[in-house]
Design a binder for this molecule. Structure first.
Ligand SMILES: [Mg+2]
Length: 593
């Protein structure tokens, strides 16, 4: 209604009331009052907040502003006088009742809720106030459209908790779900399972075909895994190509939980194995899956993640495309290795390593050479033998600095002996690990060490193992030849334990083979071992190689070996591995003789 029409309307009513004196005195005041009301209404209509006045007694709408009409999508006429409960969500009505029950003047209550209109869901924050006008109770209701804020909040939530590529829960959200699942299994005495799924060789795809193909694969893999999961299960992407599955309630006892989890993991593995079409490019892929079950006991999420990870790495270690359950013995092993690795790193840098030398003798028992053997002089544990730490050094790559140190130390020692006790030894044997030998600069570094220590190459014999030779025959041969050309000689260590075959012996430019001590041990009461040893000696003689028997501990072994044509020996019968000074005393004894 236009202001003018209202004025006119009221004017008519006043005229009808009676005396002209009354008209004359009240009319201007009334007109001002009306204009004032109109202004005030226009002001309220400009507000972007909803404003509603409701009579408390019967819940009827007394007044409202234009924003209410637009949100409720109703005209002022249809709203004024109607029951507010037909327009507002029930939770707002509940608040209204609660306010009324307290009946405190100016009491207020705030509630966020959603309303539906033709534009969809509208988030509104309502503020309700219980007030008295002229001793009569009313509710003043303010409402603010907070849809944009809510949208931004949900966007932030999505960014914080979901992976943007696959829209799966990210690591953080997955952790939260895992914590929840741990509580549930404790309460319900059921089993839960955590699966870590890592795609095999994913990096190669990314590197050769580009990230867009890698991303496409991740999306397809996530769809495939999702397709086998139940409603309560959670799939998350927790790293580059790492997915995790959380399964709640996989069984009430361990055997059934194991079976159910394994079946699910097998289905996942099978689906991942199916061919992919990645933007026109066909691709196949496999996965390594580690699983840990949890149940009742006090588990924390970090421990479970670590255990599932260990199982996953075990699956990788066993050749990929397989499933492994977490095994506590495996963890103890890994922890031991980790401690050992840290200690070993320190030991190498702090020079806790020391070299022992074991004599190699001829038929007369005269020392003709020594083998350098590393010992770890641990500050608390004392001397540690090499078989306790060399495998860890090999696995962690620490064998490279350790091997270099041994080479340097042994050559320096040999050079000193050759100065002080000339002709006391023909050669010094040094063990070379696979990794060390495979270093591209191996030959140069050996030659460098010889120069630095001022030692003739012919004094050094390198001991190689069979596994090294099998891995890359051609490269091995060319390295051996290069070093033999400058004067070094080569022995094949632990002969008979590996892939020993005539074929290798024929092709390799070797100087000596060493019969492994495991054959020598039972040589005189085990026919098999005796036969093997005889054959090795014969072979070596045929190929014109030196042959030395290791682990000779008694006269019977010595007699058998001698009788069968072996002329070189190493073992406790002739001397344990010993510190350099002790060996020097032996040199002096010989001199004295
Ligand atoms: Mg050796």
């Amino acid at each position: 209604m236009e202001p003018f029409d209202q004025e006119e309307d009221i004017r008519q009513k006043i005229i009808g009331l009676g005396e002209s004196s009354v008209r004359k005195s009240y009319y201007p005041q009334l007109q001002d009052r009306i204009l004032e009301l109109e202004r005030f209404h226009a002001l309220l209509d400009r507000s972007r907040e909803l404003i509603v006045l409701v009579e408390a007694k019967n819940r009827t709408i007394v007044d409202l502003n234009a924003t209410v009409c637009s949100i409720f999508e109703a005209s002022r006429e249809s709203l004024v006088g109607s029951d507010i409960s037909q327009w507002l969500p029930f939770e707002v009505m509940d608040k209204m009742r609660a306010l009324e029950n307290h009946r405190e003047k100016d009491a207020r209550s705030i509630i966020e809720t959603t309303m539906n209109n033709s534009e969809g869901n509208v988030f509104i924050e309502f503020v309700l106030e219980y007030v008295l006008f002229n001793h009569e109770p009313y509710f003043v209701i303010f409402g603010k459209d907070i849809s944009e804020r809510k949208w931004a909040e949900s966007k932030i939530h999505t960014l914080a908790f979901y992976d943007t590529l696959t829209h799966l829960p990210n690591r953080q959200l997955f952790h939260e779900r895992l914590m929840h699942a741990i509580v549930i299994t404790q309460r319900e005495h059921s089993y839960g399972a955590l699966l870590m799924i890592d795609l095999d060789n994913f990096k190669a795809l990314n590197d050769t075909k580009g990230h867009h193909l890698g991303d496409e694969l991740l999306k397809q893999v996530s769809d495939r895994i999702s397709s086998v999961l139940k409603e309560n299960d959670t799939l998350g992407r927790i790293g580059g190509d790492e997915f995790a599955v959380l399964m709640e309630n996989v069984g009430d006892d361990e055997p059934s939980a194991l079976l159910a989890t394994q079946n699910c993991a097998l289905r996942i593995k099978h689906l991942i194995n199916q061919p992919y079409m990645l933007l026109g490019y066909e691709h196949t892929c496999s996965s390594s899956i580690g699983i840990v079950l949890f149940h009742g006991e006090c588990h924390n999420k970090e421990t479970l993640f670590k255990q599932a990870d260990i199982a996953m790495y075990q699956a990788k270690h066993l050749g990929r495309n397989r499933i492994c359950f977490y095994d506590p013995a495996m963890q103890a092993n890994i922890e031991h290795k980790m401690t050992m690795e840290a200690e070993l790193r320190r030991a190498i840098s702090k020079e806790e390593m020391t070299l022992f030398y074991q004599p190699q003798v001829n038929l007369e028992g005269k020392i003709i050479g020594v083998e350098a053997l590393v010992r770890w002089n641990h500050p608390q544990k004392g001397l540690i033998p090499p078989n306790a730490f060399i495998p860890v050094a090999e696995e962690t790559g620490l064998i490279i600095p350790l091997g270099n140190w041994i080479m340097h130390q042994a050559c320096t020692q040999m050079a000193a002996w050759m100065q002080q006790y000339p002709k006391s030894l023909k050669h010094l044997s040094i063990n070379v690990s696979v990794k060390q030998f495979q270093e591209s600069n191996f030959c140069d570094s050996v030659i460098d060490v010889l120069k630095q220590s001022n030692l003739l190459a012919s004094y050094v014999r390198l001991e190689l193992t069979e596994s090294l030779i099998v891995e890359n025959m051609r490269e091995t041969i060319s390295k051996i030849e290069a070093l033999r050309a400058v004067g070094l000689s080569f022995a094949l260590d632990d002969f008979g334990t590996g892939y020993s075959s005539l074929a290798y012996l024929k092709r390799l430019p070797l100087d000596e083979i060493k019969i492994d001590q495991s054959f020598v041990r039972d040589i005189y009461n085990d026919n098999n071992d005796a036969m093997i040893v005889k054959t090795i000696i014969e072979m070596a003689n045929n190929f014109d190689l030196d042959v030395i028997a290791e682990g000779v501990e008694n006269k019977e072994q010595f007699a058998f070996l001698e009788e069968n044509g072996c002329h070189l020996f190493q073992g406790y019968l002739f001397g344990k591995p010993m510190p350099a000074e002790e060996l020097e005393r032996l040199f002096l004894q010989y001199k004295a003789v």
